[in-house]
Design a protein around this ligand. Sequence first.
Ligand code: ACO
Length: 374
Amino acid sequence: MTTTEPQVHRGLAGVVADTTAISHVDPDRNVLLYRGYPAQELARRRTFLETAHLLWTGELPDAPQLADLEKQERSLRGIDPALGSLLTAMPAGCHPMDVLRTAVSWIGAGDPAAADASPQANQDRALRLLAALPTVVALDQRRRWGQEPIAPRDDLGYSANFFHMVFGSVPEDEVVAAFEVSMVLYAEHSFNASTFTARVVTSTLSDLYSAVVAGIGALKGPLHGGANEAVMDQFAEIGDPDRVDEWIDGLLADGRKVMGFGHRVYKRGDSRVPALHEQLRRIVALRHGNDLLAHYEVLAGAMLREKGLRPNLDYPAGPLYHLMGFDTPMFTPLFVMSRISGWTAHIIEQLSANSLIRPLAAYRGEQFRDLPAD
Ligand code: ACO
């Protein structure tokens, strides 16, 4: 029997799986567009909530729409005390992404209309998650410090309120603004691994919460969102910046990768990095982070020289979140707080023209054989 060998695209590299109108990565022009607008420009001139509205609806909100969105977001920040108790009882040593995954699952279990998949119902759910996840992340960060949760304040904007819930105070305007920029830049990136995962789950006509839980699972890995944590672990592992070259050589000899560098789509640098790097420099000046910045620049220089690889967004995000005062394992949950907007936009888009996502595999196992005699 002769069969034509199918062409295999390992890791789906280069495969165009569907169309999308949500975002476009153009590696040749080194640009990322959200619904046509450059993400870097949005990060400089618009808020995260405006960006979420843009991703969900296709347009930036006008003034009344924005006022309404801000009002709703502020009203949806609280979490059920039963959820708070559940999260507080989770194992102290578990990863914060496990806590977040559990929280979304619990919230979904309590939605009596979870099966209503109309675009408006899903957009309402998306806003509810966007508003509640910072409260979950703040609770988890504080319980790891042995501290009681702090209730949200509805007189503060999204990012300022988050700092209030984590640290009990609102930091300098520059810190709040830098965090907001990170939220805009992390919001959406086309068919990345976690978004594609959410679309696969949605394509079976499962519910939004299940798709988001799956997205959280995919984002946790260090080849994806988990890289922002790994970046800080690397600086600790290297110790002295004078050891960078020796450390890289050892790592590459072991077949390991340097976290925060390289990208499946961008091969000449990640278009989002300059805007976040600018924020990092500001916070370095404010929080006396010169030693960390020096370390950061030595490693980036060595990676370009030795491997021709440039940083991805997780590279500046790691030190930025560290200087803001978050524990390293909390960094990927901060990514989720933002990417919930992109995931849910894709879930809505997937349902608008659904086709079950079910690829083929090239079989490499045993050919037909008879069962041994009994
Ligand atoms: N460190 C060392 N070498 C690397 C790195 C890296 N970070 N990234 C790529 N390379 C090398 C590979 O070893 C490979 O070399 P080879 O051809 O000699 O075998 C070559 O560059 C191509 O790499 P691939 O892994 O095939 O590229 P791919 O497109 O599959 O990987 C990925 C992209 C997974 C992001 C990769 O660059 C990586 O692992 N980076 C580190 C993890 C990371 O920072 N992830 C965050 C991604 S961005 C985000 O989620 C916001």
